[in-house]
Design a protein around this ligand. Structure first.
Ligand SMILES: Nc1ncnc2c1ncn2[C@@H]1O[C@H](COP(=O)(O)OP(=O)(O)O)[C@@H](O)[C@H]1O
Ligand SMILES: [Mg+2]
Length: 267
């Protein structure tokens, strides 16, 4: 089999993403508050922010899995909320937890989409699956089951499964969460390499400062459902905004512990 990262899995059309005045409420609770963003075709665009700030909900709107309360999301010219858009665009979402089927082997997890969509015969499916596995150095895992895999391997399988779709837009939700620093670096290299090889627009929701600063063309900070800042990573090396600065470089102060302030705030 080929060495990892040598062959382009596909080269094709990719799409930019436009988010315009997006609001989302669940019941009466506002979660996204007037989000506007423009992601250019071919960019690696990272969305950072604290837990619960609305990053995954934003990504789900781009994937068409949530419908805006108001405002809109466009993928190229297509409305992300329109179910017909999925017939026009191959979009892959790599979920935080991988979302693999535990009862299926790695091979069958990857073969599921092309089989369901009858993209090609079994021989063609085998080529696609083995190619995607080779790109992620997973050939030997083809006949293993998800329960036999380490966390890092599961994440790679989830990305390989996305590649089998030959995606024109790749969305990642926390691709390096729960990984050790070396595996996080590996995943970061994979995301960057896939974009190099395919020019596919890649949106990455992440807490991982190292990932974002290493590979993002631009970063957006989402705080409490709003965009707090957007720019190139080098513009956030020394952030002028104290909220972003505190998020990126929280100071551990044992004399004045933060968690005690939190308790006091709730009293
Ligand atoms: N389907 C849902 N119904 C109700 N509340 C939701 C739903 N999905 C997310 N939320 C809430 O929206 C907020 C943002 O969630 P999320 O986007 O998952 O945050 P994160 O930035 O950590 O990814 C959270 O308070 C979460 O509880
Ligand atoms: Mg999330």
């Amino acid at each position: 089999m080929s060495a990892p990262y040598t062959a382009a899995p596909f080269v094709g059309k990719t799409f930019g993403v436009t988010v315009a005045r997006l609001h989302k409420r669940f019941g009466t609770t506002p979660v996204l508050k007037d989000i506007s963003l423009e992601v250019k075709p071919g960019e690696i665009f990272c969305i950072m922010g604290p837990s619960g700030s609305g990053k995954s909900v934003l990504l789900k709107h781009i994937a068409g899995l949530e419908i805006p309360t108001s405002g809109e999301v466009r993928i190229g010219e297509f409305d992300a909320a329109d179910p017909a858009t999925r017939d026009q665009i191959r979009l892959a979402l790599v979920f935080q937890a991988g979302a693999l089927f535990n009862s299926l082997s790695v091979y069958d997890n990857l073969a599921l989409y092309p089989r369901e969509h009858r993209l090609c015969g079994e021989a063609g499916i085998r080529d696609r699956v083995m190619h995607a596995l080779a790109i992620l150095s997973l050939e030997k895992a083809a006949h293993k089951f998800p329960s036999d895999l380490s966390g890092g391997m599961k994440k790679r399988v989830a990305i390989a499964r996305a590649l089998v779709m030959e995606p024109q837009l790749l969305l990642y939700d926390e691709p390096t969460s729960e990984l050790d620093p070396v595996m996080s670096a590996t995943l970061t290299e994979i995301i960057a390499t896939l974009r190099e090889q395919t020019a596919v627009t890649s949106l990455v929701v992440t807490h991982d400062r190292d990932l974002a600063f290493a590979i993002a063309d631009r970063v957006a900070f989402v705080m409490e459902g709003r965009i707090r800042g957007v720019g190139r990573p080098d513009e956030f090396k020394k952030p002028a905004d104290p909220v972003i600065a505190n998020f990126l470089n929280p100071v551990i102060d044992l004399k004045n512990p933060r968690f005690k302030q939190l308790e006091n705030n709730h009293e």
